[in-house]
Each structure stands twice: as structure tokens, then as C-alpha cells.
Write a protein that binds this ligand. Sequence first.
Ligand code: SF4
Length: 241
Amino acid sequence: MNAATSTNSAPAERARIGGWQPFSSCDWPGRLAAVVFFAGCPWRCGYCHNPGLLQRRHGQHRWPQLRELLLRRRGLLDGVVFSGGEPLSDPALPALLAEVRALGFATGLHTAGAHPHRLQQVLPLLDWVGLDIKTVPGRYAALTASGGSGARAFASLDLLLAHGGDFECRSTIHPALHDEHSLRQLATTLAQQGVRRYAWQLLRPGPQLPQPFAPIATGWPHAELQQQVAAMFAQFELRSG
Ligand code: SF4
């Protein structure tokens, strides 16, 4: 069934939106994009960057206003990235993607892979995906406080690989969450599965996070590990957050 006609989808006006960023050059590598943040996520990571967006009820029906703002930015933006929260938790996502495409923008998605079936439905409507891969499958539940999360995230990866569209994997990393062995193990797993673009994003500690984290010492992860991991992918990047 086509995503735009899925019986599970909802009209765009029903989307629960927590906020938006009119211009971003870092949320879709190489593209200038607006970013729309959905409210709602089924997982509870202790390092969540947007804890205020975890409850769907915290979002508002802002799509009509955002549509107007996007219409005024045609020609200035390459695309629109849907982020969160977990955008695939919102039944209105397929309608928004179809509408944004019809307005002439490319479509991007940030997802942690919590809903592989819904990801499969919207793949034909996506030009790029940033898939958050948190750790090796066996350590997922501890990071997300959700059983079965690792299987879902890696099922989402399988779908992206089979689809063949443009995507990257990225992992937010911190010494309290990852040791160097698990980082190497994760990178090896991704490379063996066929991932070509990968990024590490250093976790930025701060009072907005659900749990306290110490600042990351300069030089972590060590340069030799970075070089080893970089050699596994066509493109690898260490991002400072
Ligand atoms: S999956 Fe993403 S949005 Fe959901 S709790 Fe984890 S970090 Fe936050």
C-alpha cells in the first residue's frame, strides 16, 4: 500500500509538532533544510537530547502555520527534515511528507528506528534518512529503557539497506554509555551489513538531559580507534555534538 494512502495515516493537520527550526545546515549533511520536531517517542534514553518532546500531548497542531512559512521559503531551502521525538510515532507523517514533496522540497527523516513497519511505508516518500543506531543490539534495552528496541532499530537498518536510498547511520556516544570495545564492535557490525556513511556524535552534557553526564575528555575515543573505524566506511565523521 502506498504510504500516502495508508489506512493508518492521519491528515497533516493532525500532526503533533513540538517546534521547528527555519534554517539548518547540519541536520541534513550537505543540504540547507528546515527542521520540524514531532512530539512523542516510545523510548526513554537517559541522554535524550529533546526530553521535552517525549510526550505526544506536548505537541501542537502547528502544521497550517508551518506550511505557510515553508511556502515563503521556496527557493531558499533544499528540503525539510522531520525530527523529534520519533517522527514515525505520528500517524500524520506520511501526509506531511507527501505534502512537502508536492510543495517542491526534498524530504529528510531523523529516526531511531522504533517503528520499522512505518518506516517501510514512508520510504518511497523520503530522499534521505539519518538513522540513529545507539549501540550493539545486546545493549539497546539498557540505553533506551525499552525491551526489543535493538531488534527494531536493526530491522529499520535492514529496510534502509534493502531500499537502496540515501541514508547515514549515526551514534551519539559517551564513555558512560560506550566503551571502546563496544564502539569497535558496533562499527564492525554496521560495516559488515553494508552501511557506507557513518558518524559519531559526541554527547553534549547539560542540565536539559534526563541524567547527568560528565564532560567528555579531549582525545576520547582515541585517534587509533577513529582511524580504524574510518577505514571501514566510505564516509566517516566525528561530530562534536
Ligand atoms: S529515541 Fe531519541 S527521542 Fe526517543 S528517547 Fe531516545 S534519544 Fe530521545
